[in-house]
Design a protein around this ligand. Structure first.
Ligand code: GLY
Length: 373
């Protein structure tokens, strides 16, 4: 809940930014610039699908757990949940119907980083990323090599992570991409509906209503992800980002989530940041690293997220295929940030939400937005 103190702090920060030539006062409508932690102590922030993750992570911190343990246990809840079709088990597949997962982790106190990309068959890629950090001298393992490493580390390797619901959604997409290919919409067959056909071949249209939460700005290609960052009462930080990536991607496509500095960045002297949304835009602007560097220079977490997003909007001006008719980006990107003092914030190109847990409770709040619609 926004307190009066939050509002006053927000107003002050907004004016300061305006004096530096920013556009914050209008951009900040609906969300304060600085979210403080009134109870002092640990803070966990995540994308809006991470309410249970932040709640669990905060409890881990309050029980004396390390920030890395807290965020990994938190996102594991979402990775293992087949109902979240943006992350881990149940995630939406690539163009060939194969679920390929990306994840990165950073542990502030030890300056550790690990990541996996295009990993198949493991429900919890975040844990494999931790293993890369803990047991190798490398930062990023990809594809078959990442899977072989996971097997060697004792992870269970499944033949597929594709759930029936994700498969139905994929089939629906195959049928709708072109009216000249050999894939047919169910109503093009003339066979009609029957119990026999429904059991034989699932009808993707039945899952359509459950997918609303995943629809991105273009309504077609979801980029769901979970990012989760934590600071403990000592000011130590960790973060994790984990995803099934862009739905229907070209096999082998890697988004921002496993790229250190893009989908995640943690500097234990400053703060932590992560992203969800169109990964290509985040990679090209070194998004999460940018957010942390802006915090290092004195920006509040929310202001840092907004400035990093304005860079994305600026880059998009040169790419007509990524712009709406009004010239604004035709996609969304979210940043989430927390600093060493426990101040936190989130912002997106378009109105969005984020999850946060402090000793006062866990809730989903409005993010600041660069554009209101
Ligand atoms: N941000 C997730 C992705 O683009 O893969």
């Amino acid at each position: 809940m926004t307190t009066r103190r939050d509002f006053l702090v927000s107003a002050g920060a907004g004016l300061g930014a305006a004096a530096l030539g920013g556009t914050l006062p209008s951009a900040l409508a609906g969300a304060p610039a600085i979210h403080t932690n009134p109870a002092a102590g640990p803070v966990v922030i995540a994308s809006a699908n991470g309410l249970e993750a932040v709640r669990h992570a905060l409890a881990t911190l309050q029980a004396g757990g390390d920030t890395l343990e807290a965020v990994i246990e938190g996102v594991n809840i979402v990775e293992l949940d087949p109902a979240d079709m943006s992350v881990g088990y149940g995630g939406l597949p690539n163009d060939e119907g194969v679920v390929q997962l990306d994840s990165s982790v950073m542990h502030g106190p030890s300056r550790g980083a690990g990541a996996v990309a295009a990993l198949e068959g493991v429900k919890t890629p975040s844990r494999v990323a931790v293993a890369v950090m803990r047991y190798t001298d490398h930062v990023l393992l990809v594809g078959e090599g990442a899977q072989r490493f996971a097997r060697q580390m004792g992870f269970e390797i499944l033949d597929t992570l594709l759930t029936p619901e994700a498969r139905e959604r994929w089939l629906r997409w195959k049928a709708s991409i072109s009216d000249r290919d050999d894939w047919l919409e169910p109503d093009e067959t003339g066979l009609g509906e029957s119990e026999f056909l429904r059991e034989l071949v699932p009808d993707a249209r039945r899952v359509e209503s459950r997918m609303g939460m995943l629809d991105s700005a273009d309504g077609v290609r979801p980029w769901g992800t979970i990012n989760c960052c934590a600071v403990d009462a000592n000011g130590d930080l960790s973060g994790v980002t984990t995803t099934s990536g862009l739905a229907w991607k070209i096999p082998g496509r890697v988004g921002d989530s496993p790229i250190i500095g893009a989908g995640l960045y943690v500097d234990n002297d400053v703060g932590a940041a992560g992203s969800t949304g169109r990964g290509e835009a985040v990679i090209k602007t070194c998004g999460s690293h940018t957010v942390v560097e802006l915090m290092r220079q004195g920006s509040s977490p929310t202001d840092a997220c907004l400035e990093a997003l304005r860079r994305i909007a600026r880059w998009t001006e040169a790419q007509p295929r990524l712009r709406r008719d009004d010239g604004r980006p035709a996609f969304n990107v979210n940043y989430y940030a927390v600093n060493k003092r426990g101040e936190f914030g989130a912002a997106a190109l378009y109105p969005s939400r984020f999850a946060v847990a402090t000793p006062s409770g866990a809730e989903v709040r409005d993010s600041a937005a660069v554009f209101q619609g």
